[in-house]
Design a protein around this ligand. Structure first.
Ligand code: 13P
Ligand code: SF4
Length: 326
């Protein structure tokens, strides 16, 4: 049967995901993708997508993909009128901080983050009062209002560099308790932290990793540093989602397990079919709120614009820009 116009337009995109999306599922994705690509042209929009977005978003409609650090960096050089953030709310806020004159959209305003929800600006002020003179390093997985109370931000991709770069024996690093403990162990810097956790990574246990190694001899285990320290200790390597991506791209292991969100393995499996992915993954319910129909509706209706009050934005931007300068 000859291809219709839509099938012909989207066929090269299917090539990118054919190892992870069965042919029977493609037609419904293709229709949405085709409409989104047209809307992007009409709106002069770019789509920034986090590594945890599903393959049909990550490989087929995104212009820029990466970890939180890459998305923040790339957001600064975007030439478009509209930025649509396929990720969670704090990522969209960061993009807005760095692009105050652009329209930033998020397809679902409920796409939050358990870390961002764990801490308030008043909590930071309390910690400062309890530890005068100790610098406050805030993980980007926080609201703009929390960033505004901070000296500098960090991501899992640069936290070590930021903490060591401060050149002090003690830092307040929040809100992720496990990330802070992992960094304290790596750097020897004393870290005062908070009891925030990522609801995806806190669920992994050392027993999961041991079981995995028994069932898959020779498997290489990569863990995100939001995992508890006893889980990271069982892994072969710990790093941000971009660092995991680079590890797989460079080493092409025969068998690898990514101790993180599920779409990470799907996106890499689409690119590296020769790599065997063992999948003890957890889904992030917030990341999964972003869908092709949601992206299409957001661009169609220009809906869910992200705004930040100017008195917060200026101070929060300073903390993010200090991070990006390092
Ligand atoms: P990365 O910065 O490593 O992409 O992590 C973001 C995140 O939300 C991890 O759970
Ligand atoms: Fe937040 Fe964890 Fe989801 Fe990342 S994976 S957005 S840290 S809840």
């Amino acid at each position: 049967m000859p291809m219709n116009a839509l099938q012909a337009r989207t066929a090269p995109l299917y090539e990118r995901v054919r190892h992870v999306i069965p042919p029977i599922e493609w037609p419904s994705f293709a229709e949405e993708i085709d409409a989104i690509l047209e809307l992007k042209r009409q709106r002069r929009a770019v789509i920034l997508a986090h590594n945890y977005q599903t393959p049909e978003i990550f490989h087929c409609v995104a212009d820029i993909v990466g970890d939180s650090l890459a998305l923040a960096r790339e957001a600064m050089s975007v030439e478009a009128d509209v930025i649509l953030l396929a990720g969670v709310h704090f990522m969209a806020e960061t993009a807005k901080l760095l692009n105050p004159s652009k329209t930033v959209l998020i397809p679902d305003t409920e796409a939050g983050c358990s870390l961002a929800e764990s801490i308030t600006p008043a909590d930071i002020r309390g910690l400062r009062a309890a530890h005068p003179g100790v610098p406050v390093v805030t993980y980007v997985n926080t609201s703009a209002a929390v960033k505004a109370e901070s000296d500098i931000c960090c991501t899992s991709g640069n936290v070590r560099k930021i903490v060591e770069g401060l050149g002090v024996p003690r830092v307040i690093l929040l809100p992720d308790e496990y990330l802070a403990q992992n960094v304290a162990r790596e750097t020897g810097v004393e870290v005062i932290t908070w009891n925030g956790h990522c609801e995806v990574h806190e669920r992994f246990t050392p027993a999961d990793i041991r079981q995995l190694r028994e069932g898959h001899p020779g498997v290489i285990v990569l863990a995100h540093p939001e995992c508890p320290p006893d889980v990271v200790a069982e892994a072969d390597f710990a790093g941000s989602t971009a660092m995991m991506n680079d590890f797989v791209a460079q080493k092409r292991p025969a068998s690898v397990a990514l101790i993180t969100e599920c779409s990470m393995s799907d996106n890499l499996a689409a690119q590296y079919p020769e790599v065997g992915f063992v999948r003890p993954c957890n889904l992030c319910p917030h990341m999964k709120r972003i869908t092709l129909p949601g992206i299409r509706a957001a661009l169609q209706e220009m809906r869910h614009e992200v705004t930040i009050a100017p008195e917060i934005a200026d101070r929060a931007r300073r903390a993010v820009e200090r991070m990006l300068a390092i």
